[in-house]
Ligand binder design. Structure first.
Ligand SMILES: [Zn+2]
Length: 130
C-alpha cells in the first residue's frame, strides 16, 4: 500500500504506539481537568440569572484565566488530534512518513516526538515560512 517504508522495527513501532496511547490518555485527563475547572467553577459562580457574557468579559483576571484555559484546551485538542492521526497511520501502515515529502521521518525525531508528521527538513521549512 505505502510506497515508502520507515525503517522502524516492529518492536520500535510497538513502543511508539504504547507511548502514543499513554500520551493520549494523559492529554485527555488534562483536558477533562481543565474543562471541569473552567466550566464547572464558572457555572457555580453564576447563580442562575446572570449570563456568561459581558459582566465576565470585562472582569480582567477572570477573562484572562478563561482565555488562558481556552488556549490550553485548544492546544490539548491539537495534540490529541496529532496523536490520533499518528495512531491511525500506524493502523494504515503509513506511520513515520513525512506528510509533505513522503519520505521516512528521522527515527530520532519520532522517538523524541512520536506524533511528528513532518520530517526535520520539512518542519524547518514550515517554521521558516511563518
Ligand atoms: Zn519531508
Amino acid at each position: 500500500m505505502a510506497t515508502a517504508k520507515t525503517n522502524l522495527t516492529t518492536k520500535e513501532l510497538k513502543e511508539l504506539k504504547e507511548r502514543l496511547n499513554a500520551e493520549r490518555a494523559d492529554l485527555q485527563s488534562q483536558l477533562t481537568e481543565i474543562e471541569q475547572n473552567t466550566f464547572g467553577s464558572n457555572q457555580s459562580d453564576l447563580s442562575g440569572e446572570m449570563a456568561f457574557d459581558e459582566e465576565y468579559a470585562d472582569a480582567g483576571t477572570a477573562t484572562f484565566e478563561r482565555e488562558r484555559d481556552l488556549s490550553l484546551v485548544n492546544n490539548l485538542h491539537d495534540l490529541i488530534e496529532k496523536v490520533d492521526k499518528a495512531l491511525a497511520k500506524m493502523d494504515e501502515g503509513t506511520y513515520g512518513l513525512c506528510q509533505r515529502c513522503g519520505k521516512p521521518i528521522e527515527k530520532a525525531r519520532l522517538k523524541a516526538l512520536p506524533y511528528a508528521s513532518l520530517c526535520l527538513a520539512d518542519k524547518k521549512a514550515e517554521e521558516h515560512v511563518r
